[in-house]
Design a protein around this ligand. Sequence first.
Ligand code: ADP
Ligand code: MG
Length: 692
Amino acid sequence: MQNAPIRYLKGIGPKRSISFEARGVNTIEELLYYFPRRYEDRSNFASISSLKEGQIYTIKAQVLAAGQRYSWRRRSFSITEAALEDGTGKISCVWFNQPYLKAYLKAGSSMILYGKVERYNARLQMSNPEYEFLDGQDDDSLNVGRIVPVYTLPQGFSQRSLRHLIKNALDEFLPKINDPLPFDLRSRNDLVNLAESLRNIHFPADLDLQKQAHRRLSFEEFFIFQLPLVLRKLSRKERSGIAHLVEGKLSEDFISSLSFNLTGAQAKVLAEIKSDMAASQAMHRLLQGDVGSGKTVVATLACLVAIQSGHQAAFMAPTEILARQHYEKISSQLSKLNFEGRKLRVALLIGQDKEKENIYRNLKSGNIDLIIGTHALLQEELSFKNLSLIVIDEQHKFGVGQRALLPEKGDNSDVLIMTATPIPRTLAITLYGDLDISVINELPAGRIPIKTMHFEQKNIQQAYALAKEELKLGCQAYIIYPVIEESYALDIAGAKKMFAELKSGEFRDFRVGLIHGQLKTKEQDAVMLKFKNKELDLLVSTTILEVGIDIANATCMIIESAERFGLSQLHQLRGRIGRGKFASTCLLISDCPSSEAEARMKAMVDSNDGFRISEEDLKIRGPGEFFGRRQHGLAELKIANPLTQMQLLKAAREEAINLLKQDSGLKERAHQPLKEKLLQRFPEYEKLMLIG
Ligand code: ADP
Ligand code: MG
């Protein structure tokens, strides 16, 4: 009944239901969950005589007079002005480019205004305040004299009409609504019931009640979000895996062949992985570590554990360049090793390989021990003889769907997922609640921290000069542009044109190369190879370099139009240098058009630590933006915030584990409303629950 389409509500025709659908509201229940964007305390209005400059107020006042003029600079730009008074004083308001407003600003009409008070020509003024007219025919008990919700408006609605609609829906449906949170869970966690919380999130009698409602609804969001993750995790625990031989000659030989000792963090993580791999349940582990922290070595060791146990391993990278690089590095590292009197057989599979058929055959017959590749590894025709480990590198580059696909290849395979965009632990749990998490929180000793500097565009010569000094010493450098072709509209330089310019101008004494995503893979590989073999000094590039590229002799990176990149992305890019024994420099070029861009530059200059950077990035952008659309789920959290409500998230997760341990199929009577709600959100979980 609450699932009925919204057009069945009184007062909503087809037109209005369409504008609701555009906001993701299709059913009556979704309307009840359409939460206010903010509240206004209209039980007490500020009197105009008490207003202070620089503060935000809600006032109630009458229009004295209004007028409209047009900007002399831009004829079409309207400026609407009104003088208002409330018995204690007068204030003027202006609205820019809202010409229709004039018709409503009749002398004597009563309105509510919300906005910041400024001083203009020695008088107080509000510019572009939010407003609401009070002379409707309807009952004003919803709109004044109380705490009032303010919504993001679907097209065709006013605040008043939407309030009215939601109030009616609440009155009609709350008495019949089922609470998805079982009673005992609510009392354990001190949560109000659903009907009460929905009423108080929209029309709270006071702010305490609003807070209680907010807490309860946030808990519910976290809980419903965690259930499928926990369910998946529990059902995997039951899935039998392969008990690997974790101590063996092959893995030991590899460790002794390395020119360095594992860091403490690497050793700790390796122990966690080994203990998973030794167990007879399948591993599902996320390995987080900053760029250059040495995740690949750990993953290679895990592959060797699989191989010495008589199985095959697969290593999947997000781009062809990266797959090739992993292949070259790993196969050369492993070439020294002997296993049961023979060499290891490592192969590369990317896209349209000529060798494809051959590789398929050898994977099937068990003639390949380790296959490294791109998502080409996901192809349906491909099958293994006895795959037992899947490594997925830079998982944030793969869609969630792709992440789910690979494990089906090897039914009992262990899965190790690696990411160089480390995120705070609570957030990792929200997002990857179905995985166990390991963290490498230490860089190998002897790394020289990268020095990062910020230049304005007009000082770019200084940056070029610093880069040239590096080149003269025999080191190499990157210059990164946000786009391939320049954009006049956005006024940003592009890689192609700048390549031509730099090659014959600023860097004419050096060998300059160009790489970007429009080049064919073969051409890209050729350029990378030349750079790697030091046949190029300077590489002009786009973000194609963002992940993984590992060339120790590159010690300088210039990033132009740096404001066009996100913070985490800048850090990833910067991770391409500082990988060898020489000190490295990262030079950010940006005029910082916004305070946000400035904050990003500052964070980069101040810190080299990936965890701090991503926390900063999260703070600047918020979780939804940070993860983007592809990481569905977080974007669906409408009211809960994992950054500010960590305790609540933890409690919700624990309750989800409790509940599913006791009733994994949600069969108990008390769990039916929850089951209904869960399947509404995630229909695909029907199958998993049947198993339980
Ligand atoms: P990540 O994949 O985490 O970005 P890599 O595994 O590619 O990092 O390691 C970066 C570089 O550091 C590689 O050249 C690798 O050989 C080297 N390396 C890895 N572990 C260590 C260590 N413990 N000590 C010194 N160098 C290391
Ligand atoms: Mg890596």
